[in-house]
Design a protein around this ligand. Structure first.
Ligand SMILES: Nc1ncnc2c1ncn2[C@@H]1O[C@H](COP(=O)(O)OP(=O)(O)OP(=O)(O)O)[C@@H](O)[C@H]1O
Ligand SMILES: [Mg+2]
Length: 227
């Protein structure tokens, strides 16, 4: 299979255990997940079911205890921390529930931040940041500090930041969890646009209305995918 026809995310019997009070506790118990390039997938499931744990594995922020994970055709199951951070910077954009913007930096500087860790040209990144801020409707806010923005505007900045390195895969853990339903819908429309623009999108949500924006819903319960 060439790289383009490979799935974006391919997990085969992935498990994850944490050591809690001298016991290995299995949180993910054998996850099979196949997300094709260009898909928009929502992950749903009860609190504590392992959604964030799964997202951390998908995003190469953590590694499986067992099983195999192939991201964009590359087996990332056993990479070192340094190798994983290169993969993250090149392939993945992260959007957070609480936005995670740096308070003392401007909106523009926040959007630019992930580009400082890649080898790409500074001028290109600066131009891209301006374009992305326009795309998310924040061109009038570029010099503001995040605290002066509404929640929806902060999340727009978070999405622009996630896109600065042109990732193929966009991951978002409860991206609308802090937003009222009207603002949440606007943010979801932005994800739909990103998806139409060939990004693979995976979001975690407990809200069926939000999940309805995805083209496919997968459910996790007690550390297993429901089929
Ligand atoms: N680093 C860790 N060390 C120990 N236990 C952990 C760790 N990370 C997660 N857990 C445990 O794993 C379980 C699943 O957590 P996770 O955050 O993945 O759930 P979730 O589905 O995202 O829940 P929520 O909907 O509340 O965000 C929880 O019981 C949690 O306490
Ligand atoms: Mg969670």
């Amino acid at each position: 299979m060439d790289e383009i026809t490979q799935p974006m995310v391919l997990m085969d019997q992935v498990t994850k255990s944490f050591r809690i009070a001298d016991q290995d506790v299995a949180i993910l118990k054998g996850i099979d997940l196949n997300v094709r390039r260009g898909e928009f997938v929502a992950v749903m499931g009860p609190s504590g079911s392992g959604k964030t744990t799964l997202m951390n594995l998908i995003g190469c922020l953590d590694v499986p205890t067992d099983g195999r994970y192939v991201l964009a055709g590359r087996d990332v199951t056993k990479l070192t921390d340094d190798e994983l951070s290169v993969i993250r910077n090149e392939h993945i954009g992260f959007v957070f529930q609480n936005f995670c913007l740096i308070p003392y930096a401007t909106v523009y500087e926040n959007v630019l931040l992930p580009s400082l860790y890649t080898m790409k040209s500074k001028n290109d990144a600066a131009g891209r940041a301006v374009d992305l801020l326009r795309m998310v409707g924040l061109e009038h806010r570029t010099r503001s500090k995040p605290a002066l923005l509404s929640g929806g505007e902060q999340q727009r900045a978070g999405i622009a930041r996630a896109l600065i390195n042109s990732p193929e895969l966009l991951l978002a853990d409860e991206p609308t969890g802090q937003l009222d339903s009207r603002t949440a819908e606007d943010i979801m429309k932005l994800f739909v646009r990103m998806n139409a623009d060939h990004k693979t999108v995976i979001i975690i949500t407990h809200d069926p209305n939000i999940a309805g924006y995805a083209s496919r819903i997968v459910r996790i319960k007690d550390g297993l995918m429901e089929t």
